[in-house]
Write a new protein. Structure first.
Length: 180
């Protein structure tokens, strides 16, 4: 049986929350790191239940799932973790993470929300779908699908396959009072 300690260690190495956070600084162009993750920080996962499916190499956290690592928080209704190898012998490797149901990722002033998020570890890609909203203070970007390529740092938000559009509202800071 896979221990909770293994899951914590594995999720710390391949944290979905960390990966999702990479998208927000790019859109906001904030000088601060925003969703920067300190991987040395412990990761804590709380949920109403944890089911380990050893034969399928899967674990499922469900019911008010809350993942915290440093200043980054991921909330969702269900987090599915797939792994390969034998975690008993220290060889378990996370292959994918799927957050389903009201996914909310926050760090400081930044927030990303969507219906689902999928992190493919081997491909180093994250796909967030379903009414995706990226926000920082009054700046808001909305779309249907956000794809993040962690290898290149490229993020793309689209309006979805149904002909939807991306909508952005940027707040421009006020300049000092006019000189008289």
């Amino acid at each position: 049986m896979m221990s909770p300690a293994f899951l914590r260690a594995a999720l710390a190495r391949f944290g979905l929350a960390a990966a999702l956070m990479a998208a927000v600084p790019a859109f906001a162009q904030s000088p601060a790191p925003g969703f920067a993750l300190d991987a040395s920080k412990p990761i804590e996962i709380t949920a109403d239940s944890l089911e380990v499916l050893q034969q399928e190499s899967r674990a499922i956290f469900s019911g008010k799932v809350d993942v915290v690592q440093g200043d980054i928080r991921l909330r969702t209704e269900r987090l599915r973790v797939a792994y390969s190898g034998d975690p008993q012998s220290g060889g378990g490797q996370i292959t994918e993470l799927r957050a389903e149901g009201g996914v909310v990722v926050t760090s400081g002033r930044e927030k990303a929300t969507g219906a689902t998020a999928h992190y493919d570890v081997a491909a180093r890609t994250i796909r967030m779908t379903g009414d995706v909203v990226l926000s920082q203070d009054d700046t808001v970007i909305r779309g249907q699908e956000l794809v993040i390529d962690l290898a290149t740092g490229r993020s793309k938000l689209t309006g979805g396959s149904g002909g939807g559009r991306v909508r952005s509202v940027f707040t421009v800071p006020e300049r000092g009072a006019k000189e008289q």
